[in-house]
Design a protein around this ligand. Structure first.
Ligand SMILES: C[S@@+](CC[C@H](N)C(=O)[O-])C[C@H]1O[C@@H](n2cnc3c(N)ncnc32)[C@H](O)[C@@H]1O
Length: 393
């Protein structure tokens, strides 16, 4: 308990942990959990140079490709390697969730809660020169940060980003033109054809978008019926489409064939498994923890949101595809209970074994085949992971 009190966890949070059967001693791991980085694909040859610049040895993880650990208090943000986009700051458990998705070159991937984008970047690095990634998030400012990441790491070519509610998002990937041709060859001169993406939109268009956002925020008018496209790369399948083609919806039956090959639902949660996140409330103030974690948990709306995100992500998955559901909460309510309910409601969903996990420092969740990383045993941030496939029924 002496170790726990180092973080000065307030009584209300200790009660929350007790109610959820969680051991408060995991928060003692905050000082011993390593930092993790992922090396940008292609930067492997510069490993020694990076180590020399940051003046620290990068310990290679033997269970997760491209990941290295650093001492717990190490900060990468000021290093040139980070500023120049040679390394990413991402926890190893988050890397495992992406790895569970088993993305192959050429896949069309949907990331339904994408911002700020650490996992999305990893997916794009794996994807290589074929396929596409569609990133969706309801928080515009967070998705804008994700767009900045794409630009920093020069990863945006095959990506499109939509500000949208993941519980109702309905667009399937563009499979036809996205895998071939250059930006130019895809161009057709129609009046509202989407051309190469630029941050410099005409003044009129920016004003219209700002007005629509303002009105939506004040509830004066209903939200635009289409998700807002805030970025698209050269090979994301968007260029050359008219707006009506971009927003063309398909019926549920068609999604079986034209849906995504892989879907990640890294759902909104209480973040209680992320010891570093909880540590931040020491500075932000424990009343903020009350509002963001404890009150959120008390309302059923969070678990209902998680179930809706998982259900809609699965709806957009093609038959035979894989979906990974993850949260950085360790409560049963936000994980196994959501999975349980989802399986009851979706006869075509089947839990899958995560093959790569045999070497991972995690343990089984309460439902066989689901996984839990917890800070004290895995030396990572806390994370729950479940993988599903869609059966043809
Ligand atoms: C755990 S974070 C995702 C982290 C992200 N996958 C990454 O690796 O950087 C959860 C995200 O879900 C988003 N979110 C919350 N409600 C949503 C909704 N209804 N639809 C889409 N995104 C939502 C939040 O804005 C937040 O960015």
């Amino acid at each position: 308990m002496e170790e726990i009190s180092k973080l000065h966890l307030p009584d209300a949070f200790l009660d929350f942990l007790q109610e959820n059967g969680l051991d408060p001693s995991i928060y003692a791991a905050v000082d011993s959990t390593p930092r993790y980085i992922r090396l940008k694909a292609g930067s492997e040859a510069q490993l020694e140079e990076i180590e020399a610049e940051i003046k620290c040895k990068l310990e290679k993880l033997d269970w997760l490709q491209g990941f290295y650990s650093l001492p717990p208090d190490f900060k990468i943000a000021n290093s040139n390697a980070y500023k120049q986009g040679k390394i990413y700051g991402i926890d190893a458990a988050s890397g495992a969730a992406v790895s569970a998705l088993d993305v192959s070159v050429g896949d069309h991937v949907l990331d339904l809660c994408a911002a700020p984008g650490a996992k999305l970047c990893m997916i794009l690095d794996i994807l290589g020169d074929l396929g596409s990634v569609t990133g969706v998030d309801v928080a515009r400012h967070r998705l804008a940060a994700c767009r900045t990441l794409l630009q920093k790491y020069a990863l945006g070519n095959r990506c499109r980003l939509f500000v949208a509610d993941g519980t109702t998002f309905s667009l399937v990937p563009r499979r036809l033109d996205s895998d071939s041709g250059s930006c130019i060859s895809a161009l057709e001169e129609k009046a509202d054809t989407l051309k190469e993406w630029t941050s410099k939109r005409p003044w009129k268009e920016r004003k219209r978008a700002a007005k629509a956002r303002e009105s939506a925020a004040t509830g004066l008018i209903a939200n635009s019926k289409h998700p807002e496209l805030i970025y698209y790369g050269c090979h994301s399948g968007v260029i050359g489409l008219s707006k009506s083609e971009l927003y063309q919806s398909v019926c549920n039956g068609e999604v079986s064939n034209s849906g995504y090959d892989k879907v990640l639902v890294d759902a909104e949660c209480t973040h209680d498994g992320s010891v570093r996140h909880i540590q931040k409330f020491e500075n932000w103030g424990w009343t903020t923890l009350q509002r963001r974690v404890l009150d959120a948990d008390r309302s059923d709306s969070l678990t209902s949101l998680q179930l809706k995100l998982l259900t809609n992500g699965f709806r957009l998955l093609k038959v035979g595809g894989s979906l990974v559901y993850s949260t950085c909460s360790l409560t049963v309510a936000q994980n196994e209970d959501v999975v349980d309910q989802f399986l009851k409601e979706n006869a075509s969903a089947e839990l899958q074994e995560i093959d790569a996990a045999k070497d991972w420092p995690c343990r089984s969740g309460r439902i066989p085949k689901t996984l839990r990383f917890d800070p004290s045993t895995s030396k990572t941030s806390g994370l729950f992971v479940a993988k599903f496939t869609k059966l043809a029924i």
